[in-house]
Design a protein around this ligand. Structure first.
Ligand code: FEO
Ligand code: CA
Ligand code: CA
Length: 623
């Protein structure tokens, strides 16, 4: 989601720009002096003088290259990736699946983008929503041809969903809400390609009105009480998944759905830090005549604002179970979560808080995840939450957010409050404000990557510093001590997006957002923002690993979306021969820009959709 809010971080924590400048001017940081040597990095670094080689457009060859994470497909040229319809590498093909309005039950007509009709709210609650974002494919019995696709419906503007700027009645609000949330959809591949298994017991919609429960340290606390009857998840951005087979959906810009209907609300310090305002993003949910949950001035629902901003766990195989808000992972604008099994089976979660000058977090479970589950304890309920501090010398520290820290004990009365106001706690500990953390991913060698999409409002511009202002974003990389469970790390910059322009438009990308490194070491980069020469947003594949010691980096454009969209969401079948990605807000909802998935006609409303991508030769996607 492109949501360019002002920073709400008024702390004077040192900006990442200053640290990066210092680090970049001190090349020696890559060789590090601590025992956890930076030499463990095996990928090239653009920050340390590596150059992009000129392999875009050339065709690598050989099984060896594929096994080593190489890429070997014809890229989409910049000139081809514009306009109202997608483009894909000539070595690949795609199918459109589950556009907004696809029914999950029989007896409901698909919504096809007719501007003169809209789905009823009741129908929308049984259909695929809008704002396709993070997702995960859960295979049924390990199959590569059948599974449950869990997919986030991050947002849909009123103009797109309702065809008007503001809701006029409760039915409009209910429709807007029903278009948000999460879908669990049973899909299966047949002779005609992939399709929805209509009426499957696995099919499910979760919306801002679905009953939810809380777990972890903030459960039952005064910070979020009363929890009885708690409902909903909203602005579900990216996602993660656990080794025990559940889906994690991340609540990002939840503040935007609240407003002040009566003109009686005065923000608390914490509400200001989380960006609440009297108008929100203009959804108008606070004007609902009988449900005042989103009205900040209403006394009827104390702490409702604190019930959003969490990571929410959903079991795709148990459609009757309520979603669970895992409070141990903290409350902030969660972009996504990358889960990895660390030393001794501890579950580690890396998470970004997507706002200018906000932070990167890490959660570590208190014990071995299998042992915890065997004792009936969720590994996501007991553990330690940390926030990242990046030092100038290429090292970093994970600062623990605990009430046992005297600095936090002075400000908060309980661990529940520390977690509920994690941003405030992180401010107090001196975390490093970043340039909008988006997705995180853990490479098979243990390196962790995070996209920092951009920060146009960075202060202290410095001509010598390519990131001041940071118009195009960059990708940071670190490696933790003690196999992800320690308190220290070493870091460097993997890539500056603007360097890809300098080396030639054919590998160009800007505003990296979605990110995944596959088990072969191929990095998948998805973009959300203005690209060069009117290029639509895109999916690129980058060879992460150093090939034979040469400092080179092969980046190829696999797919481009449609005018006005962003490309996001990424998951594969277990054999990685089928890839699913999304177009979010195609045409920005405007049929004059795109009618996708319909051919452009200037009338039909474009619909968020999933793409099923395969190589024509059937080989692993990205290769
Ligand atoms: Fe929902 Fe930061 O993208
Ligand atoms: Ca973004
Ligand atoms: Ca995003």
């Amino acid at each position: 989601m492109i949501h360019d809010e002002e920073s709400s971080n008024k702390s004077d924590n040192r900006k990442f720009s200053e640290i990066l400048e210092a680090a970049s001017s001190r090349r020696s940081f890559m060789t590090g002096t601590i025992s956890l040597a930076a030499a463990t990095f095996i990928a090239p670094s653009l920050a340390t003088g590596a150059t992009l080689n000129n392999t875009v457009g050339s065709r690598g060859s050989g099984e060896n290259r594929l096994r080593k994470g190489g890429i070997n497909f014809e890229p989409v040229p910049v000139s081809a990736g514009t306009g109202p319809m997608p483009t894909i590498s000539s070595d690949y093909e795609y199918q459109v699946l589950i556009p907004w309005g696809t029914p999950l039950e029989s007896g409901i007509a698909e919504y096809t983008g007719d501007p003169t009709t809209r789905p009823s709210a009741a129908d929308q609650e049984r259909m695929i929503g809008v704002g396709h974002d993070g997702m995960h494919f859960f295979p049924i019995e390990g199959r590569n041809s059948e599974g449950i696709l869990a997919i986030n419906h991050e947002f849909g503007s009123n103009s797109h969903v309702l065809g008007k700027e503001a809701p006029e009645n409760d039915e409009d609000i209910r429709l807007s809400q029903a278009a948000h949330g999460v879908a669990m959809v049973h899909i299966k591949r047949g002779r005609q390609g992939w399709k929805v298994v209509t009426d499957s017991p696995y099919n499910r919609r979760i919306t801002p009105n679905t009953p939810v429960v809380f777990a972890g340290p903030a459960q039952g606390s005064s910070a979020i009480a009363p929890e009885a009857g708690a409902r909903g998840t909203v602005n579900n951005c990216s996602s993660g998944h656990t080794p025990w087979g559940t889906y994690l959906t991340c609540e990002e810009n939840f503040n935007g759905y609240f407003g002040d209907n009566q003109g009686t609300w005065t923000p608390t310090e914490e509400q200001e830090r989380y960006g609440f305002s009297s108008t929100g993003f203009g959804y108008g949910w606070e004007t609902h005549s009988s449900d005042r949950r989103f009205d900040l001035g209403s006394n009827a629902h104390p702490n409702e604002d604190n019930r959003f901003g969490w990571v929410v766990e959903i079991d795709p195989m148990a459609p009757d179970q309520p979603p669970v808000k895992r409070t141990a992972l903290g409350r902030f604008k969660h972009e996504g979560v990358a889960i990895v099994e660390g030393k001794n089976g501890h579950i580690v979660a890396y998470m970004g808080d997507d706002q200018r000058f906000d932070y990167i977090y890490k959660y570590v479970s208190s014990g071995n995840w299998e042992e915890m589950l065997a004792e009936g304890i969720s590994p996501l309920d007991r553990g330690r939450l940390h926030v990242a501090k990046f030092n100038d010398d290429g090292t970093g520290e994970w600062l623990r957010l605990t009430i046992n820290n005297p600095i936090l004990a002075e400000r908060f009365s309980s661990q529940a409050e520390v977690l509920t106001y994690a941003r405030v706690a992180a401010d107090l500990l001196g975390a490093t404000p970043m340039d909008r953390p988006e997705w995180t991913t853990v490479a098979p060698n243990g390196d962790v990557y995070c996209t920092l999409t951009n920060n146009s409002r960075r202060e202290e511009p410095n001509a010598a510093n390519p990131l001041a202002p940071n118009a195009d974003g960059h990708i940071i990389r670190w490696r933790d001590s003690a196999n992800h469970v320690g308190n220290r790390f070493v870091w460097d910059i993997f890539a500056f997006a603007q360097d890809t322009h300098a080396e030639g438009d054919e590998r160009s990308f800007s505003d990296p957002d979605g990110l995944w490194v596959d088990p072969g070491g191929r990095m998948f980069i998805q973009t959300d923002g203005d690209q060069v020469k009117g290029l639509n947003n895109q999916l690129l594949v980058c060879s992460v690993y150093d090939n034979g010691g040469a400092r080179s980096m092969d980046i190829r454009r696999l797919f481009t979306g449609v005018t006005g969209d962003e490309i996001t969401g990424l998951t594969t079948t277990p054999n990685r021969r089928t890839l699913f990605i999304n177009t979010q807000h195609p045409g920005n909802g405007d049929p004059l820009l795109s009618s996708f998935p319909a051919e452009p006609d200037g009338v039909t409303i474009p619909r968020d959709s999933t793409f099923v991508i395969t190589r024509k030769d059937g080989w692993v996607v990205g290769s």
